[in-house]
Design a protein around this ligand. Structure first.
Ligand code: TXA
Ligand code: MG
Length: 320
């Protein structure tokens, strides 16, 4: 790919004006969201969406999440049943993506939805990106702003390291506060299916929807990049459930743990899973250094956001 200059702007009026113009011009712009940074592009343009796949080096055209300014914009492109209305009223804006039936006349690019008759929509809560969505006046398709297979970015600096020279613009908006991608719920069938555990804990969803079904592995895996076995992978191998740590290993730990050192990161000393999620990708990057034989990861409880954390860690550890 031909190298281009990458500029970083802040989320003030001048930066947002430039971002909006770049997006209307069909170019990708990295934007902050509360989950991870996204590589946003005009979701109504096939050409623009193709540029996102190119910048990410994504091997396949998987369906992307379409980010909207408000529920009305979601309803312009997707059919919201009572369950969807209820979730949207209660949980948007926030780290929840809904897979819904696509309106036949929707202007969303078929490349963005991989030709499916469904569309994944989400209203992010980050104030900078909400302002940008309102300015652009079009839905924005946005996968995480990293090269395919890499750990998702939670700071503008991470985006620059991964996509610098490949995209024209990054809008900086601080550290992502949630730190893992949105939860993806499929409402196209009778039973709601949790396609991807994410920033909204399962219990919050089940309180509104009742029990969530698991996706069928064979049917869903190919169309859910977030569900590929090996994904979100650092360069060093990742060893899960570690109790001891080798002298050539780095350690990612959780909760009260007296081990300290240059190659040790604690996701949350107080055992707070929300803090752990927010630190996860940044700490994996920190520990992924030359000379580190493996990243040993201490056990992390599976409750609350632990489900999404353990899901990402399993993918980071999967055979490549
Ligand atoms: O937190 C997030 O969701 C981040 C930030 C940037 O908003 N975005 C993100 O986007 O993770 P992306 O495009 O990488 O995630 C796409 C996920 C995949 O697991 C994909 O399979 C699923 O959403 N998805 C999208 N459209 C779908 C559809 N029509 N049917 C089933 N799954 C779909
Ligand atoms: Mg990703």
């Amino acid at each position: 790919m031909e190298r281009i200059a990458t500029r970083i702007v802040d989320g003030g009026p001048a930066g947002l004006a430039q971002a909006a113009e770049t997006l209307r011009d069909g170019q990708p712009v990295a934007v902050p969201t509360e989950t991870v940074y996204g590589l946003a592009v005009d979701a109504t343009s096939d050409q623009a969406v193709a540029r996102v796949f190119a910048a990410k080096d994504r091997p396949r055209f998987n369906p992307l999440i379409v980010h909207v300014a408000d529920p009305a914009e979601a309803a312009a492109h997707a059919l919201l049943d009572d369950r969807a209305e209820h979730l949207v009223d209660t949980l948007w804006p926030g780290p929840l993506t809904l897979v819904l039936r696509r309106r036949p006349r929707s202007a969303i690019s078929l490349l963005a939805t991989a030709g499916l008759d469904s569309v994944a929509v989400r209203m992010p809560s980050h104030p900078v990106t909400r302002r940008l969505l309102a300015m652009v006046g079009r839905p924005l398709a946005a996968p995480s702003a990293n090269r395919s297979g890499e750990v998702s970015p939670t700071t503008a600096q991470h985006v620059l390291e991964s996509l610098g020279g490949r995209i024209p613009l990054i809008v900086a908006g601080g550290r992502a506060t949630v730190g893992v991608e949105s939860s993806v719920v499929d409402l196209t069938g009778d039973r709601p299916v949790l396609l991807r555990p994410g920033g909204l804990p399962r219990a919050d969803l089940e309180a509104l929807l009742g029990p969530l079904a698991e996706p069928e592995p064979s049917a869903e895996a190919p169309r859910s990049p977030g569900r590929l076995a090996s994904h979100y992978a650092p360069k060093a191998p990742v060893r899960l459930g570690a109790v001891e740590v080798g002298s050539d290993e780095a350690l990612l730990t959780f909760g009260p743990d007296l081990r300290r050192g240059e190659r040790v990161r604690n996701l949350s000393e107080t055992g707070d899973l929300a803090e752990a999620a927010a630190n996860l990708f940044a700490f994996l990057r920190d520990l992924d250094r030359p000379g580190v034989a493996a990243i040993a990861v201490a056990p992390i409880p599976d409750r609350g956001l632990g489900e999404a954390i353990n899901d990402r860690l399993r993918r980071a550890a999967a055979p490549r």
